[in-house]
Design a protein around this ligand. Structure first.
Ligand code: MN
Length: 233
């Protein structure tokens, strides 16, 4: 096989305790999946889960103990952090029932769904796609993947984010509106999940802006921490 140009390398994320890396297929994200965050975005009530995607090469993989760098993106004056539990799919499938979802999960990681909030807001207002607000380059920082067997009880784990050492987001994964199994059930009814898919499961309340020079440190207990610095592009 030859190509008209060299194809890009496979995007991948390190796996704790293993030399092999996790190759990324797609990045699915769940919108408004914590009640208090839905409220701060102007919505109330339980609505069916909805999804958007980021390209796999939006991943910024940060190794354990390191601080990653993300450039302040173009076109925005309101770059928001969203700390999220990320589910890594190891076994694909269609129409997976919530009760069977655990068997499809390879592991879990801490991720940031970075958002150009002003652009997302403008697109929402006009009824246009969110891509420019959500799916831009470097918009998906992620820490190493912890295999499911070593991750502890992530479904009830505290989730938190600090910016420059001060609390911004603090909640628990137990407050997900659609839990991990239900999310996989809904997602796999719409797309055939594949090994390598990542699911950013949504963010709790407290989303806010960051600027160049800020350092973000976030975590989900049992999965370690993710540290990222925003650089001036
Ligand atoms: Mn999000």
């Amino acid at each position: 096989m030859s190509y008209v140009f060299t194809p890009p390398a496979t995007v991948s994320v390190p796996v704790l305790g293993r030399p092999e890396r996790f190759p990324v297929h797609r990045i699915y994200c769940v919108g408004r999946n914590y009640e208090e965050h839905a409220k701060e975005m102007g919505f109330t009530g339980r609505e069916p889960p909805f999804f958007f995607l980021k390209p796999a090469d939006a991943i910024v993989s940060v190794a354990a103990g390191e601080t990653g760098q993300i450039p302040y993106p173009s076109l925005t004056n309101n770059l928001h952090h969203e700390i999220e539990l990320v589910v890594a799919i190891g076994t694909g499938g269609r129409n997976i029932k919530a009760a069977d979802a655990a068997g499809h999960i390879f592991g879990y990681a801490v991720g940031l769904d970075m958002t150009r909030r002003d652009l997302q807001g403008e697109m929402k207002k006009q009824g246009r796609p969110w891509c420019i607000g959500k799916a831009y380059d470097h918009s998906a920082p992620i820490g190493p993947i912890t295999p499911a067997a070593q991750a502890g009880d992530v479904a009830r784990a505290p989730i938190w984010l600090q910016v420059n050492g001060a609390d911004r987001q603090r909640s628990t994964v137990a407050k997900l509106i659609w839990n991990i199994g239900e999310t996989i059930e809904h997602l796999s009814a719409a797309w055939e999940l594949q090994p390598g898919d990542l699911i950013y499961t949504g963010t709790p309340e407290g989303v806010n802006a960051v600027v160049a020079g800020d350092t973000l440190v976030g975590g989900v207990d049992g999965l370690g921490t993710l540290s990222v610095r925003v650089t001036s592009s």
